[in-house]
Design a protein around this ligand. Structure first.
Ligand code: A3P
Length: 283
């Protein structure tokens, strides 16, 4: 009885601590953005986790600059403001970056104000494949003992999760404030790369020459990104004993069906109809 009580109490304390930690991170992020100077040329890559964010950053970087890949890490040329705020870096660093700035964001819809100066590219990926990618990410970088089912439960079935895949995507697809968003899917990039890049170039008013397209093809290929993984993955040392060569992992579509059991697939289908289906025409 006593043991059970202590376990329960410990679980409760961990929960309170985690919630508090998340609230503080969010608050720091909001404060950081108060002094952020917006520009018309800004481009935000917004995604749910593991949906092809880094891939899109590389594509945009090669589309909007001369594509010099001689940087140490993609964040040097395409920052993740939330990461900078967590690391207590001053916003002046972001404000002094040359235009156009390509910024990564996993922020939910409400984080963006009703009017923004720049443009947003939202990358959507089949949630079943996100579930697999996220599971490997957490196994490699957070908890080596986590199971696929536990991870699925945390990010897909828990209504109150900080980041629930269905809610996050629904709000971004719904786009009730009419923010300037171009929707691109991971699957379109995989199956129809050139046409999708052309659509992105058109949205950003860039003349897509054969030279630029070749550069994007080369630097945006899975093989190139895998070979230069240290430029794209998590920056060590996040934690000891963590794997740093699995950020650019498989780059496939359809893995979700291999990992999910019948109940999970049925749950996914039901929620998909409720949350995503009404906005499917935007994808
Ligand atoms: P997998 O784990 O399924 O392989 P994010 O950048 O949002 O964290 O997304 C990571 C996912 O995008 C990983 O998926 C990664 O392998 C995949 N990815 C990264 N670069 C890619 C590329 N050039 N082509 C295809 N997939 C890529």
């Amino acid at each position: 009885m006593y043991k059970k009580f202590v376990t329960l109490l410990l679980k409760l304390l961990v929960k309170i601590y985690k919630n508090l930690e998340a609230t503080i991170v969010e608050l720091k992020h909001q404060l950081y953005f108060m002094d952020f100077e917006e520009r018309d040329s800004d481009v935000f890559v917004v995604t749910y986790l593991k949906s092809g964010t880094t891939w899109m950053q590389v594509i945009l970087y090669n589309l909007l600059t001369d594509g010099n890949m001689d940087f140490e890490h993609i964040y040097d040329v395409s920052p993740w403001p939330k990461n900078q705020s967590i690391k207590n870096e001053p916003v002046s660093k972001l404000n002094s970056m040359p235009s156009p700035r390509i910024m990564k964001s996993h922020d939910d819809y409400s984080f963006f104000s009703k009017e923004i100066k720049g443009k947003i590219i939202y990358v959507y990926r089949d949630g079943k494949d996100v579930a697999v990618s996220l599971y490997h990410h957490h196994k490699n970088y957070r908890d080596p003992n986590i199971t696929f089912d536990e991870n699925f439960e945390e990010f897909f079935t828990k209504e109150k999760a900080v980041m629930n895949w269905f809610k996050f995507n629904k709000e971004w697809l719904e786009n009730k404030n009419n923010l300037p968003v171009l929707y691109v899917t991971y699957e379109q990039l995989k199956n129809n790369f050139e046409e999708t890049v052309a659509r992105i170039a058109h949205y950003l008013n860039i003349n897509l020459t054969e030279g630029i397209l070749n550069r994007i093809r080369e630097h945006g290929s899975f093989e190139f990104m895998k070979e230069h993984e240290s430029k794209f993955g998590l920056i060590p040392p996040v934690k000891e004993n963590k794997v740093y060569n699995e950020f650019i992992r498989k780059g496939k579509t359809g893995e979700g069906n291999e990992y999910m059991n019948d109940n999970q697939i049925a749950f996914f289908k039901k929620k998909y109809i409720e949350y995503i289906k009404p906005f499917e025409h935007k994808l």
